[in-house]
Design a protein around this ligand. Structure first.
Ligand SMILES: [Zn+2]
Length: 628
């Protein structure tokens, strides 16, 4: 499907950014035992086989021409075209997966890079060749689609896709108007492009001196590093200099962000939506009440965040907690280390609660070389799971270093992998891709189950504090901070919709108000210095069009899922595997979650997350009380 290509590119954008460490580890791929390297032969025997497959696929592109302008003629024509579409895109993903895996395992080789480039050219050609399909189906009336579905039962496979297109009908315009809207696309990225280039390349950055007298250029990545300094004076300097630099360009940043909002207003207006929020969420059929409900819930539960902040203040031993005190670690790092075999066993034990079938599939991933485990020279940094090779199996890229964080990351990526594996196995290709709203549910569920299991075995209070503390920080940054961003995003769009002109100063005022509310400035929980109201200018996500709230909703959904699995046992485990992991994108995100008892339109998932957060704090307080 054309829309599936879109989903893939979005995922690539967010999770597959090409980040390579400047100085790689000393080991090369030859130093790593086979069993810890992914087996790309499952995709193609060799590069030649890949090239041949690509040549064959390229020849198929012209086959689409016979269908152009004819989809409404009969159910047979429509079905044949969609089948061809499925076959071609499925093969395209497999080709693309091979090129990406090769490139990511060693970016110093020129051939994989060339392969990737040629694949992306093929993707562009393919998009163009398929671009008639969605509009032609949209132009058909609902009665025709209904009749086609009745006369051609095989078309049922595509029912969700067809009905989803029909659903968007009210917001689709005439052919001529659609043409103009698509032409406007060349202007739509301007604000975001200018923001990116200015911030990442041209903006002057301050320099500070570290303890050893070294000069540090305070760009975004050094800020992320030095804001966690245990030296408070250093942190103050870092915050003041860093945000001071942003403040110097408040007007410029304000104009950029307002331009972005105006872009969203344009699409909302021409597509006849009531609000920018509705226009953004309608693409995935998420009700706006899920978004506003999250904001309401978080506001109601700010005292839970404040409880954490009081705890942070106590553990840091400061009289007054400031915004620059958020990042230093509360406890000293503990040395937990795990060999790969130990990590695998630990993960299997932790996820045994999901049943034998799940664990047997984990074994397949471990034993059949789905995973590229260790960092090597030229390898992409970070970690990801890629389930795009539909009839092969998912692949995981890791940079495993033996820390607890790495074990947790492996469990996280395995969550994605199992979601892809079960969906690909049980759904037709057209319905296999799970909606983006659900993308992080299976992965965070695994992290939660792992923590629960690990804590069962650890008695040492310092180690427990370290694990609990980092889990707590996840709640602050994923649930509260992302919702704080979501609230800001909604507010600035609402102001613009009312016809208000927004400037940098105005953005700062709005942001500062929300920041002070979240951190309890008036209640003397945290002191928020006015300068930090410019933080909005540093956050790139405000150019993602109402995206960030999904980090928070995923955490709530995953907390609810893991709680229910631990409490309800067998019945929930079966529903989770059969009705969620195996369901792919056969329905919209909200009903898919509702099927397994997680209702994102109700308060329950959020309250379970708050319950978990409070339990963690109960235990931390108990450990601290014991210490004294
Ligand atoms: Zn993830």
């Amino acid at each position: 499907m054309k829309s599936l290509l879109g989903v893939l590119f979005m995922l690539m954008l967010l999770f597959n950014q090409n980040v390579y460490t400047a100085e790689g580890p000393d080991r090369t791929r030859e130093d790593i035992p086979e069993k810890y390297k992914w087996n790309l032969n499952d995709l193609y025997q060799d590069k030649q086989a890949w090239k041949d497959a690509k040549t064959r696929l390229t020849k198929r592109i012209d086959d689409f021409k016979q269908f152009e302008g004819k989809l409404a003629e009969s159910a047979d024509v429509l079905y044949e075209c969609l089948e061809l579409n499925t076959e071609v895109i499925k093969k395209y993903y497999r080709l693309s997966s091979y090129a990406s895996r090769l490139y990511h395992q060693d970016n110093r080789e020129s051939e994989p890079q060339a392969m990737q480039q040629s694949i992306s050219q093929l993707g562009t050609k393919l998009s163009a060749a398929l671009s008639f399909i969605d509009p032609e189906i949209l132009a058909m009336d609902k009665a025709t689609i209904k009749r086609f579905l009745e006369t051609k039962p095989e078309l049922k496979t595509y029912e969700h896709y067809l009905q989803d297109l029909q659903r968007q009908k009210d917001h689709t315009l005439s052919k001529k108007e659609e043409k103009i809207i698509s032409e406007a696309g060349i202007m739509s990225g301007a604000a975001s492009d200018i923001y990116g280039i200015f911030k990442n390349a041209d903006m002057p950055r301050p320099t500070i001196e570290d303890k050893e007298g070294q000069q540090i250029r305070l760009d975004d990545s050094n800020y992320a590093l030095y804001r966690a300094s245990s030296d408070r004076n250093m942190r103050i300097k870092v915050f003041d200099e860093f945000f001071g630099a942003y403040k110097d360009f408040e007007r410029t940043f304000g104009t950029q962000l307002f331009s972005q909002i105006k872009k969203n207003m344009f699409y909302k207006n021409v597509r006849k939506y009531d609000s920018c929020l509705q226009s953004a969420l309608d693409r995935n059929n998420i009700p706006t009440s899920v978004y506003t409900g999250l904001i309401d819930n978080v506001n109601k539960h700010l005292p839970t965040l404040h409880r954490y902040l009081e705890l942070r203040k106590q553990m840091l031993g400061v009289d007054e907690l400031h915004y620059y005190d958020m990042y230093p670690s509360l406890v000293k790092e503990v040395d937990l280390s795990y060999e790969v075999a130990e990590a695998q066993q630990l993960i299997k034990n932790a996820l045994q609660t999901l049943g034998d079938q799940y664990v047997a599939t984990l074994d397949q991933a471990f034993n059949n070389r789905w995973i590229d485990m260790f960092p090597t020279t030229g390898k992409r940094s970070g970690a990801y799971s890629d389930g795009s090779a539909y009839d092969v199996h998912p692949y995981i890229l890791m940079n495993y270093n033996g820390q607890y964080e790495d074990v947790s990351t492996l469990a996280h990526e395995l969550g994605h992998t199992m979601h892809s594996y079960f969906s690909n196995k049980n759904q037709h290709f057209a319905n296999a891709h799970y909606p983006i709203f659900l993308a992080e549910v299976a992965s965070i569920t695994n992290e939660a189950l792992l923590i629960d299991h690990v804590l069962d075995d650890i008695d040492d209070p310092e180690t427990r504090l370290s694990i609990l503390g980092s889990q707590l920080e996840t709640f602050r940054t994923t649930l509260f901070r992302q919702t704080q961003f979501a609230e800001f995003e909604l507010k600035i769009h609402k102001q613009a919709e009312k016809g208000e002109a927004l400037t940098g100063q105005k953005f700062t005022d709005i942001y500062l108000d929300i920041l002070k509310k979240y951190y309890g400035h008036e209640l003397n929980v945290t002191v928020i210095d006015d300068l930090y109201g410019i933080e909005w200018a540093y956050i790139p996500h405000f150019y993602y069009n109402f995206y960030v709230f999904q980090y928070a909703t995923s955490l709530c959904a995953a907390t609810a899922v893991s709680e229910k699995i631990l409490q309800e046992g067998d019945s929930m485990r079966q529903r989770y595997i059969n009705d969620f992991l195996s369901a792919g994108g056969s329905d919209y995100a909200i009903p898919l979650l509702k099927n397994i008892g997680v209702d994102m339109t109700a308060n329950e998932p959020f309250e379970l997350a708050m319950k978990r957060m409070n339990e963690i704090m109960d235990e931390i307080e108990a450990i601290l009380a014991e210490r004294q």
